[in-house]
Each structure stands twice: as C-alpha cells, then as structure tokens.
Ligand binder design. Structure first.
Ligand code: WT7
Length: 651
C-alpha cells in the first residue's frame, strides 16, 4: 500500500466539499439524503423486497421463485425466473421509444450513424439469426474483436438474445492475447472487422485475428464487418462478410427465455498470476443491477444523450455503454477513435455536435485533457453537459477540480464511481443529486452494497481515515459468478482471504461521514491509464524472449497514466544491455499482450534484490523505480544488500 501514500497525502490536502446545485437537485431522480438513506437501509434489511420490487419492472417469461440463494461463495439471484436481457433492453421499449435514438455513433473519420430502438431491435434480431445460421447454440461462446462501432453492441446483444455467451476482446490486444482468450473460452465463432480507425491509421483486426486463429482450434466461423474498406484475405468456408450474411437474414428472432443464472458473458481481466481470468457474469442479477445503477448514478432522463468514452472491450463498455443504458431506454453515444484525432478537441467537438448531457470518462483521460490545455474545451459549446463521471482509477484532486471547473463550469456534479470487472456494476459513488462531493473520495455504497475496511486479520477498522483492505460483506446481484473454467481460482482469489466476504484487492479508507476513499491495488495488479494489467503477465511476456533470464515488473507513479510500467531485467549469458535490446523487449511485450502493456522503461540489472528464500522484493524495486533516494522499510531479509546499492547507483 506504500505506493499510494503520496497520492493519499495530496488527497487529504484537498478538504473542500462541493454541493450539487439547487438547479440540478430540482430535477434529480433522487435529491434528498434521507431518501438515499431509507432506500439503502431497506436494501440491506430486506434485499428480497428491494430487489424484487425493482426487478418487477422487467419482463419475465417466468417469474422467479426466490430472490437470492447464497451458498458461500456461490450466489443465485432471481432463482427459477426466466427472462431475456435484450427483451428488456429492446422489445420492451418499442411501444414507447421506437423512434428514439438508442445508439448515436461517431466514427473517427467523422462519419455518423444513429440507430433508433426500432433499428437496433431489427439489427440485433437479424444478427441473432446469422449466429443461429452459423450453428451457434445457447451456451456456445462467441468472441467479439471489433472496434467501437455499433456492430460491437449489435453482436453482444445478438448473443444475449439467443443465450450465446459473448467474450469481447479489446481491439488493442495483440493476436496472441486474442488467441489465449479464444482458447480459454473455446469460442465457436469470432466476430471481427477488416480493421478499425485509430489516429488516422488502420488497426489490422482481421490480420491479427488470422494470426490468432493459427493457434486456436475451436473457431468454426469468422464474421467480418467491413469498416475500413481494406482488402483482407477471406478463407472460404470459414470467413464470411457481415453485410452479406445480414442481407439475407430474417429480422424476426424472438428473444429466448433464459434462466436467470444463464451465463451472459465472459470478460477477461488481469489478476496477480500470468494468465488473465475469464470473469463470468449471468443474466438477471446483472440486468437488474446495471439498470438500477445506470439510472440513479447517472440520473438518467428521457432526453439525455449519454457519452461514455470507454471501449466495449472493458467492463465499463459492457455495463455503461451498452447494457445499463439500453435497459433504461436511454441514448448512448459510441465514439470509435482517439480523443486527439484530428486534434485535441475531438471529445468536446462530439459533445457540442450531439448535445451530450452526461460524460463518463477516466482520470487518465482528464489528465491528458489538462495537459493539452483548456483552449480545446473552450472552443466548443459544452452547455448541454449536466453531469460528469469518473471511473477506472483514483482521481487526483487536481484533475477533479479541473474537470469540475473547466468542463462542468462548476454546474455539473461529478460522480467518482468505484467498481471492477468482477463487480459488474458501480459499487461506491456519490449519487449526484443527493451527496456532497469530496474530490478524491468515491463516496457511499450503492443500494445493496455492504463494504467494510479490514486489517489483514479481517477485523473492521473503525478509525476514520485509517487504511485497510476493502471487502464486500454480502453478495450483490451483478457479482461475478465464477472464473470461467476455474472455480477453484474463483474461490481462492476472492473468497479465501476473508472467508464469507468478497476481497476486492483494493486498499481504502473511510472518513467520519462514511465516505470511502480508494487507495489503489494492494496486489500485483497495475493500473495503467485505467487499464488493469498483471505484473506477472508482463513478466511472462518478457521471459519468453530468448535474451531474458529473469524479469520483475513494477508500477511507478506517472503524471498522466496514473501508473507507468518499469521492467527490471536480467539477461542470459551472451547478451549485453543496449538501447536496441531495450526497444526489442518493449516490442516483444506489445506483440505478446498489446500496446497498453508496453513498458515505459527497461532497466537491465545484473541481479534482482531477493530474500534469502529467493523471492524478489518488489517493494524495493517499486521504490527504486520511483526514484526514491532513501529505501524505506525493512531490508533485513535481503540476501545481498549490494544489489540495491548498485540499482540505485544506476538511476
Ligand atoms: C480496479 C478495477 C470499473 C471499471 C473500470 C476498471 C480501480 C476503478 C475506481 C475509482 C479508484 C478505481 C480499482 C479497481 N478503480 N474505479 N473510481 N477510484 N480506483 O475495471 O479493470 O476491473 O479495474 O480499478 O483499483 O480494483 P477493472
């Protein structure tokens, strides 16, 4: 937890409290602290009543018999019920919102498309039939490797319509990362594109897919969306053009009644081992929770245009670009490209162009906007904005204040939402019309969420502002159900440290008002630009290079990315450190994982600081990477003290 110390110090210096304006409160769905308090207390006292009442808004083919069955650590929500997420996200809105924009799309080159609920319902039904035609059955896995284009949402929803399980792989991941995920899920179909636009160039998705498919066996069919219009090789029998299959597909496909606990998706995320884990979410609980959080956290109104900058390849894209918004009948904006293309004003240009009212983005993006300068947002009309959100990493008060003043003009509340791939939905945040905001503090638990802060023995830390481990004391509807194919890992990873409680992997503290402040990961997981990366994952990529004997990867504070990656590397005999080798190793990691994992710095060393039992002391490496002159903490277990001295001298 030591690496967060500076951040915390900076946060504690900012003690101002900001209040939602009277104007915002007047039209807010929830505006009174007592209302929140009463609902929150009810949600804990009577989860059956609370969740049952809310889930009753949805369409059920068969009603559930029991709201929750909890056999630690396995939860079942809305037991015995049958529903379909796309029925609730699409069909249910046709009567009242048929011609309302469901998805507003802005391509990087500036092309634009609007899909109404009617359009989206039709496209999803057609693609569901396409999948059926390719032999996809209920329970089969479909990997989606697409840019941020409407077809990504269409493919996800089409899977959900027929009960196929989607596994979306972020388009920035490399061929080998894609292959690893396809193999783990044993996907039968891959949906990809000829390419996607990023800073004016083409991301060669189909080429990556072909390379991945050379080392996978499960995929029988590949569906290729034509996005960039580039010539790509098509393997007869295996590869099909999306537009050709769609041209002849029927637009009638009834939503399949699915068991509440039918798997909805798998999403791979990094843990503290080398292999990413397939976090599995199911249907009804996820549906109820993401819908309720989207509604209250973003204070959704019929006229809102909501813009979340996350890619559908991450959980934020699943829950708060696609599902949570469509379940509420809202308008969600998807942007394909980079925030600085063709210039640094692109996000503000989009807000101006479409009249965006809610913006949800990450602190790393906000820090980049700050660096680019306020002349960019000042060029555009941002008066349509009424609410701002932050997600993915702790937000430093400086970035919070900039976001609040320069973008929100002091009018828009900010919700700093803490959650994880595993939690499925937002867990800790302020509610925008209800709670005063404290920069750097995420805020209060959402309905049904019972967090606690404990010491390593599991005892609650009662003192205000005292750090500890963040746990969740009871199941919530959108909780992950397992790690795909590895229930043992699920139990060990989340439920063994504090038996009966979910361990988040984060450190946190709570102030005297009950506001949570998230301090960052306490395990070997990095947060680089709001993206989660395992140190071991990067290390195994490095040691797969013939020159590398041993690698230790640590994070170091980075003014824009939150955390940067520093890799300490020892070389095998016969290899010598050089800039060329350093560049080669960086490229090697990009090839193995993707550009998000590119080390900022490779530090060649003759030896690693190890304990006498041979464990690398990362704590020391973190301090060295951060350039600290004094190494703090206990070094008595160090096997060879001179290693640290030499590493420091080489700064
Ligand atoms: C980790 C989860 C949740 C969607 C995006 C990331 C960090 C996330 C916050 C926040 C402080 C945050 C945590 C968490 N995190 N949101 N508002 N304040 N930290 O999902 O990739 O599963 O990463 O992101 O460390 O454990 P993810």
């Amino acid at each position: 937890m030591d690496q967060s110390a500076d951040r915390i110090e900076a946060v504690l210096k900012e003690e101002r409290v900001f209040y939602p304006s009277e104007d915002f409160k007047r039209s807010a769905l929830l505006a009174k602290p007592e209302e929140y308090q009463a609902l929150y207390e009810e949600s804990l006292r009577d989860p059956e009543g609370f969740w049952g009442r809310f889930a009753g808004e949805f369409h059920w083919f068969e009603p559930w018999k029991k709201v929750l069955e909890w056999n630690v650590p396995y939860a079942k929500w809305f037991v015995g019920g049958k529903t379909n997420l796309t029925y609730n996200a699409l069909d249910r809105h046709l009567a009242s919102r048929r011609n309302k924009a469901a998805i507003v799309f802005e391509g990087e080159p500036g092309d634009s498309r609007v899909l109404t609920y009617h359009d989206l319902h039709r496209e999803v039904s057609k693609f569901a039939n396409v999948l059926k035609g390719l032999g996809v059955n209920k329970g089969d896995r479909v990997t989606i490797y697409l840019p941020m284009i409407p077809e990504a949402a269409i493919a996800m929803l089409a899977c959900a319509r027929i009960g196929a399980i989607h596994s979306v792989v972020f388009g920035g991941f490399s061929a080998s990362a894609l292959a690893e995920r396809i193999n783990d899920a044993q996907s039968a179909v891959l949906v990809t594109a000829d390419g996607g636009w990023r800073r004016g160039s083409v991301v060669p998705l189909k080429a990556n897919a072909d390379e991945a498919l050379a080392s996978t066996e499960s995929v029988r069919h590949v569906v290729v969306v034509r996005r960039v219009g580039q010539e790509v090789p098509m393997l007869p029998g295996r590869d099909h053009w999306y537009h050709e299959l769609m041209a002849s597909a029927s637009d009638r496909c009834e939503a399949e009644p699915l068991d509440s606990e039918h798997p909805l998706f798998i999403l791979y995320t990094s843990g503290s081992t080398g292999k990413p884990k397939g976090v599995m979410h199911t249907t009804a609980g996820y549906m109820a929770y993401v819908a309720l959080t989207a509604r209250y956290v973003f204070d959704l109104k019929e006229t809102d245009t909501y813009f979340c900058t996350a890619d559908v390849g991450w959980v934020t894209g699943h829950s708060y670009v696609v599902y949570g918004l469509l379940l509420n009948g809202a308008t969600t904006l998807m942007y394909e490209g980079a925030p600085n293309w063709p210039d640094e004003g692109r996000i503000w240009n989009i807000i101006d162009k479409y009249g965006v009212s809610i913006l949800y983005t990450a602190p790393t993006a906000i820090r980049a906007f700050m660096k680019w300068g306020e002349q960019w947002p000042l060029k555009y009309r941002l008066s349509s904005l009424r609410l701002l959100g932050s997600v993915g990493e702790p937000i430093n008060p400086e970035a919070w204040l900039w976001y609040y003043h320069v973008i929100g003009k002091g009018r828009c509340p900010i919700v700093d939402t803490w959650w994880q791939t595993e939690t499925g939905g937002i867990m800790i945040t302020t509610l925008p019309g209800v709670h005063p905001m404290k920069p750097g503090h995420a805020g209060k638990p959402f309905f049904g969420v019972e967090p606690d802060i404990v010491d390593t023995s599991g005892k609650t830390i009662t003192g205000a502002d005292e750090g500890g481990h963040l746990i969740i004391k009871r199941p919530w509807p959108s909780m992950l159900r397992t790690v795909w194919g590895d229930p043992e890992r699920y139990e060990r990873q989340y439920w063994s440290q504090y038996p009966g409680n979910y361990f988040t992997g984060d450190g946190a503290r709570r102030d005297s008002d009950g506001y949570y402040l998230i301090m960052g990961r306490v395990d070997d997981v990095l947060n680089v630009s709001g993206h989660r990366l395992g140190t071991m994952e990067v290390e195994s990529a490095l040691v797969s290079h013939p020159a590398v004997a041993e690698a230790a990867v640590v994070g170091r504070p980075d003014p824009i990315k939150g955390e940067g990656i520093v890799a300490f590397v020892t070389l095998k005999a016969g290899y010598t450190p050089s800039d060329a080798l350093s560049a080669e190793l960086k490229a090697h990691v990009v090839k193995a994982i993707g550009a998000i994992a590119r080390p900022d710095e490779i530090r060649f060393t003759e030896a690693m600081p190890k304990t006498r039992s041979g464990k690398i002391m990362r704590r020391l490496l973190r301090q060295i990477a951060a350039g600290e002159s004094e190494i703090k903490g206990d070094t008595s277990t160090l096997e060879d003290r001179s290693v640290v001295e030499r590493l420091k001298a080489a700064q």
